[in-house]
Design a protein around this ligand. Structure first.
Ligand SMILES: C=CC1=C(C)c2cc3[nH]c(cc4nc(cc5[nH]c(cc1n2)c(C)c5CCC(=O)O)C(CCC(=O)O)=C4C)c(C)c3C=C
Ligand SMILES: [Fe+2]
Ligand SMILES: [Fe+2]
Length: 348
């Protein structure tokens, strides 16, 4: 006799994964978060022994207090913007999929800090999920982000005996509904606020070396920008694609966002609109680095009018896109389990 009876039906959970934020905007919480983040070999690819010396000797002593002050400047009453938006997106996605007749739960999960990917996979299994679709808030694939989430799921599988069926969405940088959601956000912004002299599309950077070693990230960012500007009917003279958030001294993807904004300001470009198409949720890198520091850099260099176009966040077109992506990957998973199968709640 099996310990638990066979279940009549498969149950599916969607894991909606994002990077994660510190639990609070304080130096100790940021130190814990950065330590987990910067120990990830997908993020930092230099030899461990050397990196640990730099990380523990310098970065984890200096950076937490500075980063905590930046986090404090964007923190919401409910928590970090990245987490608040990611949780809201998960709720809206669940509602949308429910309305379309899918019996699935949607759980937000963070690669670093909380709620962790492992804890949400545990919770999904405890709820009876036998299938998990892993989706990520990274439209463009990078080993530093997408593969790292897959690593975290794989690390969890090694600690469990009975595994759910797993599916992964690795990228959707050119999905028509993602492009559509971006285009709608820009068009709505322009309808209410008028058009700029230049549109800057700023993506998170990664080291240039990663691209040379085969990471497809840069090409996917450029493809997103191409599809978006084509859809907006923007000539090449009216926009720039840039890369932000450089970390350390190595060469990262260029052109860098902040020097480009300074250049545009100094060249007499009066009005610039900046958007961050690779970030589906507003976060430290958009609200502080772009909307505050980027603005300051542009205006200080002589620019007149800087406007930040918010991320997709909870826009209906974006949730529609997410639901369509989920549906495409849920397709073909039959709802009935074979009679021979037993259920999930077997001891670890
Ligand atoms: C150290 C190297 C880093 C790489 C490589 C990297 C890639 C990368 N990151 C994002 C998305 C986000 N990054 C965010 C914050 C952040 N990123 C790094 C470093 C690297 N990122 C650090 C150290 C931090 C923490 C903040 C700081 O101290 O500067 C965020 C925001 C998190 C938040 O809580 O709001 C996002 C989102 C992508 C998409 C990416 C590669 C494609
Ligand atoms: Fe270490
Ligand atoms: Fe980052």
């Amino acid at each position: 006799m099996p310990l638990s009876p066979p279940a009549a039906e498969e149950r599916t959970a969607v894991l909606w994964c994002n990077l994660g934020s510190p639990d609070e905007p304080t130096a100790p919480a940021v130190r814990r978060y950065l330590s987990q983040f910067l120990h990830d070999p997908r993020v930092i690819e230099i030899p461990r022994a050397i990196w640990c010396l730099i990380l523990h000797g310098i970065i984890l002593r200096v950076r937490p207090a500075k980063s905590a002050a930046k986090y404090a400047s964007i923190w919401l009453p409910e928590g970090s913007p990245l987490k608040v938006w990611t949780v809201k997106q998960a709720k809206l996605l669940a509602g949308w999929l429910g309305e379309r007749g899918h019996r699935v739960s949607v759980r937000p999960a963070m690669r670093y800090a909380n709620p962790s990917i492992a804890s949400q996979l545990d919770a999904a299994q405890a709820d009876g999920a036998t299938r998990v679709l892993v989706m990520q808030a990274y439209p463009q694939y990078s080993g530093t982000t997408t593969a790292s989430v897959i690593d975290a799921v794989a690390a969890w599988t090694r600690t469990r005996r009975r595994l759910p069926e797993l599916r992964f969405v690795n990228q959707y940088h050119d999905h028509p509904l993602y492009i559509d959601a971006l285009a709608q956000s820009v068009e709505t912004w322009w309808k209410h606020n008028g058009r700029p002299d230049q549109l800057v599309m700023s993506f998170h950077g990664i080291p240039e070396r990663n691209i040379r070693l085969g990471d497809p990230y840069q090409g996917q960012c450029l493809e997103t920008a191409r599809l978006l500007t084509e859809r907006l009917g923007l000539p090449a003279t009216d926009y720039r694609v840039t890369f932000q958030s450089r970390f350390g001294r190595a060469k990262w993807l260029e052109p860098y966002t902040e020097p480009t904004l300074r250049e545009l300001g100094a060249a007499g470009v009066g009005r610039v609109d900046v958007m961050c198409p690779g970030f589906p949720a507003d976060c430290l890198e958009t609200l502080e680095e772009i909307a505050m520091e980027g603005r300051e850099a542009f205006l200080h260099a002589g620019g007149k009018d800087f406007r930040y176009i918010p991320c997709l966040n909870d826009s209906p077109a974006w949730i529609t896109a997410l639901a369509a992506i989920a549906e495409q990957h849920l397709a073909g998973w039959p709802t009935q389990r074979s009679a021979a199968a037993t259920t999930q709640n077997v001891p670890r």
